[in-house]
Design a protein around this ligand. Structure first.
Ligand code: MG
Length: 242
């Protein structure tokens, strides 16, 4: 099924690239900008459609961004367990370049899940989510969690149609992480600083990440977590309004 999603996405974006390719030879810079506009605006339209579909079914959705190893999957698992205990019905979409490791983790919580392999793409897009939603029992869900491909650059321009964007960073990524990727923090609603139990060993001051996150996005909610040891889970639930 993941293989099918990749093929659909490529044909969707590929159409414009083929149509415009003769122009590319002579007008490389200008045409590149036009293509980008087309792709981004098509993605935004599809994202709105995804959001409308989710709202039609009364589903609240969360899109998790962050580098590989920041702790996105584990945080979603913790939220799913808490919500399930409250009788809420959850589902997850696992986005990765390849493999089904995260998908298997979600399925182990006995929730509906879809694995989306992007192939060479470094982010999910609204078209991939559109097709992933076709695989989920939307009429039986309260919450949807989408885990994007591990990357802090590519997903910025590609909203998926979720209600809330969460970016997760880990202290193991260094205390300059926010300053190096300001855009992704500016476009997120909640910023999680994870693995704070490792801060001393990594000689990283989480206070610097906190300060930089606040400066990149003064309106965002910032949550310190040590998800592995259940610290900060309650605070994140509060920040997400769950
Ligand atoms: Mg993951």
């Amino acid at each position: 099924m993941a293989r099918r999603l990749v093929a659909l996405s490529k044909s969707f974006w590929g159409e414009k690239i083929i149509l415009l390719s003769p122009l590319l030879r002579n007008m490389h810079k200008i045409v590149t900008v036009d293509m980008e506009k087309d792709i981004l605006s098509a993605n935004r339209d599809l994202a709105e459609q995804n959001k409308a579909l989710l709202e039609e079914h009364g589903i609240r959705s969360f899109d998790f961004l962050g580098a590989i190893g920041s702790g996105k999957t584990l945080i979603i698992e913790k939220l799913v367990e808490r919500l399930k205990a409250k009788g809420m019905r959850c589902a997850a979409i696992a986005g990765d370049v390849s493999g089904d490791d995260d998908y298997r983790r979600f399925v182990s919580h006995k929730i509906p899940a879809v694995n989306v392999s992007t192939g060479k793409e470094c982010h999910l897009d609204a078209h991939l989510i559109d097709h992933a939603l076709e695989e989920l029992p939307l009429h039986e869900l309260d919450y949807l969690f989408i885990e994007n491909v591990g990357n802090l650059v590519c997903p910025v321009d590609f909203p998926l149609g979720s209600h809330t964007r969460v970016v997760v960073i880990s202290v193991t990524e260094g205390d300059d992480m926010v300053r190096k990727h300001p855009a992704i923090f500016a476009f997120s609603d909640v910023i999680v600083i994870n693995k704070i139990d490792l801060a001393e060993a990594m000689q990283v001051d989480p206070g610097i990440l906190d300060r930089d996150a606040m400066s990149a996005n003064p309106g965002a909610k910032i949550v310190m977590m040590d998800a592995r040891h259940e610290k900060g889970v309650d605070e994140l639930i509060l920040a997400l309004g769950l």
